[in-house]
Design a protein around this ligand. Sequence first.
Ligand code: GLN
Length: 305
Amino acid sequence: MEELLQKLIIKNRELTQKGEVASYIPALAKANPQNLGICVTDLDGNIYKAGDYDKKFTLQSISKTISLMLALMDNGEEKVFERVGMEPTGDPFNSIVKLETIRPSKPLNPMINAGAIAVTSMIKGENADEKFERLLNLFRKITGNKELEIDSEIYLSEKKTGDRNRAMAYFMRDVGIIEGNVEEILDVYFRQCSIKVDCIDIAKIGLFLANKGVVPDTKEKITTEHIARVVKTFMVTCGMYNASGEFAIKVGIPAKSGVGGGILGVVPHKMGIGVYGPALDKKGNSIGGYGVLRDLSNELNLSIF
Ligand code: GLN
């Protein structure tokens, strides 16, 4: 398996030249565009790694999977989906336009920024610190990595420049989708996006979802099978932003990408996959990571369809 992974990294590293690292969050622009790594873990306890699997990057939108899980656990499905929809969008992840044009006003799904900010606003806790700690603890339990922390440089960089997210959040409070202190909600959102991980951590998140909400190493049941299924379904329909349809055809596994260059992949009942390659394609997905996942899925026949 590691030989295959190595081969796929070498092949797809060429693709990274065609992509660009994200720069709208200035600190993300420091990443090395040539990096490409992968980790695959399976339910037999194997961990396979290749390339730059140990390079650190930030979760960014990958965090939206677990924040959704926590909001569902805290509030129940009915309340969450009163405020955020279940439909994919053909728009970019940070698009603002449909917030006003769709009636009643509600972000289309929890994987785009507006929807994820609404989801984060529903996480329970006395204040921003407590809400974030609850989320961070979940990530630590799921990955088995007690050292997970935020990358302060990237967190501060996004907090300073995140005016589009700020605009969406204030708009959503105006129309009653979110309640409370907008800056505090955004602070939790910016922190969740800045959690620093590597491919092994991401693969473990994937394996936890593949294992229906139970952490395989500790046997701890973190969430219900149903909530794990809801999260995986959103990954299929909305996880790769406005490339989700194409990704479902070419790769065919539930996946969630982030502008930090990570992609979380789940092969239900079998595997968790973490890939990293900060050079992104036009839609904000890791260009090399996408290639590696496509080839791996073809080689091992992983498509769920
Ligand atoms: N923190 C990023 C943002 O809100 C996350 C976006 C992403 O990974 N697509 O813009």
